[in-house]
Write a protein that binds this ligand. Structure first.
Ligand code: NAD
Ligand code: MG
Length: 386
């Protein structure tokens, strides 16, 4: 059965991998709309390749360039927030959400429509507004399928039993580019060094989050919302080969793990079609050739962002929203060369402690979450040199 699909963040790393999955299965998908940030050329190109009906750019200024790049194609276009909302709202069976950062939240909210599936790559939306987002999805009967490789693996592993029989759900971390570096050396790391991920090829922000291990912390919070598991039932294991992505320890002593080669096309294909699997002509995992897999504990002394995220998850309320907002500001400042590597965790910690006395409850709506997000960003900006 042909499914209609909209891709939010079509020009990014996940968006491009999604386009490859779709192009390998032309008969399975009809692309309704594609959304990008500001690159008109790149968006027009993917819209043409996928035969999309509509293309929208978030950046209003780039609207004329997009129109020009699409001229003669018959593909409709728009630019600005309302065009992005229009794209997200258009009729589609599946919406793949791969805008990076909290900027993805409003478009995802617009995409929450009864009976739909959201293939969710954007973890920040769950960290920022998890309770409100999941409640809204349940109310509308929207199925949320994780694209994040660890959560996609957990989703498959969890299908082997009941949630009430889960002792621990574990997500793995490759450890990032600084896994074997000393704290002293990490302290001097440049943005380019932090972006050189040993296993995955990803967008700019998630690359830095992988170097600080904040990515893993955000993923714990993401898992909490997706699977309804408490902080005490979630854990992280460093696994440099990135072959085992998620493991479920059951109460009877059995363990179910999700394995795959580290290629985002695997979880993307799974999230798009779920249990009716898409046949993918990708290299197969050859465990005999790999020979051995290794695992180690995460070091929260060298990677304090992981401890901060765990603390935010345990504290609950608005703390994950605040942590996520502060992290986005701090990561942007680090990428711009304004602060050093460990200043990322220091700024996040300071912003969290500024707000912790207020005991703010979890945002009840997405608007509420964005208001807290805004306030925490302002506090974080005060701490970053201009
Ligand atoms: P990316 O930076 O490569 O791509 C981001 C996409 O969002 C681009 O198409 C960009 O144009 C678009 N965009 C940016 N700001 C926008 C805005 N304001 N409005 C509309 N569109 C906007 O990022 P990515 O690596 O593809 O990651 C996307 C999301 O998926 C992130 O939330 C990330 O955490 C998550 N994720 C990524 C990977 C990966 O392997 N790359 C794995 C798991 C989860
Ligand atoms: Mg991941």
């Amino acid at each position: 059965m042909t499914r209609s699909l909209t891709i939010l963040g079509a020009t990014g790393s996940i968006g491009r991998s999604t386009a490859e999955v779709v192009l390998a299965h032309r008969e399975e998908f009809r692309v309704e709309a594609v959304v990008g940030g500001s690159n008109a050329e790149a968006l027009a190109q993917v819209a043409r390749r996928l035969g999309a009906r509509f293309a929208a750019l978030a950046d209003e200024q780039s609207g004329p360039a997009l129109k020009e790049a699409l001229s003669g194609s018959g593909i409709g276009s728009g630019a600005g927030a309302s065009a992005v909302t229009e794209a997200a709202e258009r009729d589609a069976d599946v919406v793949l959400a791969a805008i990076s950062g909290t900027a993805g939240l409003r478009p995802i909210q617009a995409a929450l429509k009864p009976g739909r599936r959201i293939a969710l790559a954007n973890k920040e939306s769950l960290v920022c507004a998890g309770e409100a987002f999941m409640a809204e999805a349940r109310r509308l009967g929207v199925e949320i399928m994780p694209v994040d490789s660890e959560h996609n693996a957990l989703d498959q592993a969890l299908a082997a039993g009941r949630n009430s029989d889960v002792e621990t759900a574990v997500i793995t971390a490759s450890g990032g580019p600084f896994r074997t570096w000393s704290r002293e050396r990490i302290a001097q790391a440049s943005a380019a060094e932090a972006s050189a991920h040993p296993v995955w090829s990803m967008g700019a922000k998630i690359n830095i989050d992988s170097a600080t291990l904040m990515n893993k912390g955000l993923e714990l919070i993401e898992a909490h919302h997706l699977f309804g598991l408490g902080a005490d039932k979630l854990d992280v294991l460093v696994h440099p080969e990135a072959i085992v992505h998620g493991l479920v320890q059951w109460t009877d002593g059995a363990l179910t793990a999700g394995l795959a080669l580290p290629d985002m096309k695997v979880p993307i294909a799974n999230a798009l079609r779920h249990r009716e699997r898409l046949a993918m002509a990708l290299p197969r995992l050859d465990l005999a050739a790999i020979g051995r897999l290794s695992f180690e504990k995460a070091d929260e002394t060298r990677f304090p962002c992981l401890a901060l995220a765990r603390a935010a998850l345990r504290a609950g309320g608005a703390m994950p929203t605040i942590l996520n907002a502060a992290n986005e500001i701090a990561v942007a400042a680090f990428m711009a060369g304004k602060i050093k590597f460990y200043a990322i965790s220091e700024k996040v910690e300071t912003v969290c402690s500024i707000f912790s006395g207020r005991n703010m409850s979890a945002p009840v709506s997405i608007s509420d979450a964005l208001a807290i997000d805004h306030e925490a960003r302002e506090a974080a900006r005060q701490l970053v040199p201009v």
